[in-house]
Ligand binder design. Structure first.
Ligand SMILES: Cc1cc2nc3c(=O)[nH]c(=O)nc-3n(C[C@H](O)[C@H](O)[C@H](O)COP(=O)(O)OP(=O)(O)OC[C@H]3O[C@@H](n4cnc5c(N)ncnc54)[C@H](O)[C@@H]3O)c2cc1C
Length: 340
């Protein structure tokens, strides 16, 4: 049996580790940080179905997720549209779910190495699930936090600002996750807790900034990430590389589909990796097989999401969306289905 090494213990790495251990494949997982910890993420799990979670062996871990059913879109503070979501969507924090996945992996005999950052060339049998690749010319800043005392009229709210957008959605334990993607800019000195309201104000979302300040944001959950590029990531799945999740490609966050892609990519890779581990498939064939399946599954939604994304970030695109929405020309339900 060839042992498997996974680099990166986010959703892709942990769920793959659990699935492999369940199938008797000895797996070591290196995670640069330790659990539990917050991640910059809207925590709105749009796309992955029960079947995939069951195949990974992790469906029960989502039992207490909030079920989001209603969505409202706002353009600079004004309601744009309100809709039932065509499919109910789970909301669960990364703080909770990543810890549960790590526990499950260890219970199944997986070798979890926390505070272990791996560098250098990867060997056959090593899977890269280390998330977004750092880039020097990234222009985006992702910020998120948990609101402990927020009452939302809908389960999910999307707010479009001058150069960014923000999602609020309900997660477990009555909390609300707030997560925004902004063009990075100098906002002057701001305390950790005031950073998000300041960015909201800079983007013309003053009412939302006040709402955040009055909703008891959990200071420990305030977190940010920058220096990343949206889209397919460089050097993925070439040569010996087998990359899954964000390490393979970052879908624009407005889709709420990135976590799903991490889980779906792990599920797609299970069988080829098991065959490699049992000596029935060479590593290069395993990588090739996975690459084909991953491209086939994600190419269409990635292309569509990347074509809509710029419209959400600038006034002319936002105005076009507003008009399309008001005249009933925006096929919201169709787009929702195509983006997952
Ligand atoms: C602003 C924003 C909002 C988002 N909102 C949503 C949303 O609402 N819904 C949704 O589904 N998705 C959302 N996403 C996307 C989602 O967060 C990601 O797609 C998801 O986290 C990908 O999971 P992953 O396992 O691939 O990577 P990650 O969760 O990033 O995990 C990678 C792990 O690898 C570790 N690591 C990195 N380098 C190394 C190394 N060298 N050695 C060892 N370990 C390493 C890291 O510490 C990390 O734990 C959003 C993203 C952004 C930026």
């Amino acid at each position: 049996m060839n042992p498997i090494t996974i680099i990166g213990g986010g959703l892709a790495g942990l769920s793959l580790g659990v699935a492999l251990q369940k199938r008797g494949i000895p797996t070591t997982l290196h995670e640069a940080g330790c659990y539990p910890r917050h991640r910059v993420c809207g925590e709105f799990l749009n796309g992955v179905g029960d079947e995939t979670l069951g195949h990974l062996g992790i469906l029960d871990l989502f039992a207490d997720a909030h079920i989001n059913e209603q969505a409202r879109w706002y353009l600079r503070g004004k309601t744009l549209r309100e809709d039932g979501l065509p499919v109910a969507v789970r909301g669960i924090s990364r703080y909770t779910i990543d810890q549960r996945l790590a526990d499950r992996f260890v219970e199944l005999g997986g070798n979890l190495k926390e505070n272990s950052r791996v560098t250098g060339e990867v060997q056959p049998g090593t899977i890269q699930t280390c998330g977004r690749r750092r880039t020097t010319n990234g222009k985006w800043l992702g910020l998120s936090c948990h609101l402990q005392n927020a009452s939302l009229p809908a389960d999910l709210e999307m707010h479009l600002g001058k150069e960014g957008y923000v999602g609020l959605s309900k997660i477990e334990n009555g909390r609300v996750n707030l997560c925004g993607l902004f063009r990075e800019r100098d906002i002057g000195p701001a305390s950790r807790i005031d950073r998000i309201p300041r960015y909201l104000e800079e983007n013309g979302l003053t009412q939302l900034a006040e709402f955040v300040r009055s909703s008891n944001p959990d200071p420990n959950s305030v977190i940010g990430v920058n220096a990343f590029r949206i889209g397919w990531q460089k050097r993925s799945n070439a040569g010996n590389n087998l990359a899954l999740g964000d390490c393979l490609g970052i879908i624009p966050p407005f889709t709420g589909n990135g976590m799903s892609m991490a889980l779906e990519s792990a599920a797609l890779a299970i069988d080829p990796i098991v065959q490699f581990s049992r000596g029935k498939l060479s590593w290069s064939n395993c990588v090739e097989l996975c690459s084909q399946q991953l491209q086939h599954s994600f190419r269409k939604r990635m292309r569509l999401a990347q074509s809509i994304h710029p419209l959400l970030l600038h006034r002319p695109g936002q105005e076009a969306l507003r008009l399309a929405s008001q005249t009933g020309l925006l096929p919201f339900r169709l787009l929702f289905r195509q983006l997952r």
